[in-house]
Design a protein around this ligand. Structure first.
Ligand SMILES: Nc1ncnc2c1ncn2[C@@H]1O[C@H](COP(=O)(O)OP(=O)(O)O)[C@@H](O)[C@H]1O
Ligand SMILES: [Mg+2]
Length: 394
């Protein structure tokens, strides 16, 4: 299926970024969060980018998850450099070829060898150059921006971006728009919520999931292709979509299956779709359970503490150490807790995320929902099935 266009949302955000919205401060940076696979990147690339371009904005997009082995700071610099390349014009290219390392462009002296290097000052200059040379506002979209916080160069890049914003924008004039997306609100929060954070004071907004208009669109497609299925039960489709965690890919795949002539359904396809959603949910949870049960006791205790504390998690305070001791039935010191955290981080796939400042969070925010659901049902902690031996700490 072609991505369902989200034009209204894009139009609204463009106005906010331009500082035209009555309320809000998106012109100081727009921070959007939504769970994984709910359509953030698709929206940023397929809806927001063209909407900005239609308003005469130069758009630079970079996904920090595109290659997690690369340093986030380098990825950001490189994306700006790539956008700058055609703008640099003959002058700069010739200068560089001729071995000149400095060139005057748009009133700025540019060190041609430094563009794209991980150097805070140069990032600011590169953005200014891009803006002044094009004579247009620039929007920088950083997808999975929280990943920048996992390295010092990434952090420095974020600080440089804030400074670029402050230098390029004046009241009523927005020359640099910053859009940051993230799959995890708690991690993205670290960009805005402490006095030392690069974007201190900015708000984080939840990107709305695809809604009833998307469901109506899908129902329309089904009815057009399979008139005998009219009318499609949109409420049940919506319900199944929610159980799929608003993830269109899983929803569409399951839909394809229940509508397939090979499905050999006796009744209608909508209840079968809901069943598929519930099945997938149960599978996701079973995976988390087996991941948890596969951990050593100290690792389990640390993970439990993280699940329970959320953003308040402090790995080594007295209360945390008391908690580990209580759950493992043996004393746990700071070094042991640290080893457990490292083990959780080094696993494939990783369960724990760490920032350059040594802050920890769960890699997958979906675990929090799983934990809450089980806690409410009185089913926490998971217990190993009979016959399965629990692991021991080293
Ligand atoms: N607007 C949309 N219409 C249809 N399918 C979509 C839409 N947005 C996302 N998807 C589907 O969901 C998948 C995940 O989307 P993606 O944008 O990569 O999510 P995220 O960036 O939030 O992890 C995509 O591969 C695509 O198949
Ligand atoms: Mg994405």
């Amino acid at each position: 299926m072609i991505a369902f266009p989200r034009t209204a949302l894009a139009t609204e955000l463009v106005a906010a970024l331009q500082g035209k919205a009555l309320l809000g401060d998106a012109h100081n940076g727009l921070f959007l969060t939504a769970p994984r696979r709910t359509g953030k990147s698709t929206f940023l690339l397929g809806d927001l980018r063209p909407a900005l371009q239609a308003e005469g904005v130069i758009v630079v997009y970079v996904d920090l998850w595109a290659d997690t082995r690369r340093d986030p700071g380098g990825l950001i610099a490189e994306a700006i450099a790539r956008a700058l390349e055609p703008q640099l014009g003959v002058v700069a290219r010739t200068a560089r070829k001729a071995g000149l390392d400095k060139v005057k462009l748009g009133g700025l002296e540019v060190d041609t060898s430094k563009i794209g290097k991980i150097d805070g000052l140069t990032l600011v200059d590169a953005l200014r150059l891009l803006h002044e040379n094009a004579g247009k506002p620039v929007a920088l979209i950083i997808d999975e921006a929280q990943h920048a916080l996992t390295s010092e160069a990434g952090e420095a890049a974020m600080t440089a971006l804030k400074s670029a914003r402050d230098q390029l924008n004046q009241p009523g004039v927005v020359n640099l728009m910053l859009v940051m997306s993230g799959s995890d609100r708690d991690k993205l929060l670290r960009l805005v919520n402490t006095a030392g954070a690069p974007f201190y004071g900015s708000q984080i907004q939840r990107m709305p999931p695809l809604g009833p208009d998307f469901i109506a669109h899908v129902a329309g497609l089904i009815e057009a292709q399979r008139p005998e299925l009219r009318p499609v039960d949109q409420a049940l489709l919506q319900q199944a979509f929610e159980v799929f965690g608003h993830r269109p890919q899983f929803f569409m795949a399951a839909l394809g299956q229940v509508l397939s002539p090979l499905a050999a359904l006796s009744g209608r396809f909508e209840p079968a779709l809901l069943e598929a959603a519930q099945h997938q949910q149960a599978e996701d949870e079973a995976q988390m359970e087996s991941d948890y049960l596969g951990l050593k006791p100290t690792e389990q205790a640390v993970l439990w503490r993280m699940l329970e504390q959320g953003p308040r998690f402090r790995p080594y305070d007295a209360e945390a150490l008391r908690f580990y001791r209580e759950k493992t039935a043996h004393p746990v010191n700071t070094a042991q807790a640290q080893r457990a955290l490292e083990a959780l981080r080094q696993r494939m796939p990783a369960l724990v995320w760490k920032s350059a400042r040594g802050e920890y969070a769960l890699e997958d925010a979906a675990m929090h929902r799983w934990f809450e659901k089980r806690s409410e049902a009185g089913q926490w902690p998971p217990t190993p099935p009979q016959g399965m031996l629990a692991l021991e700490d080293d």
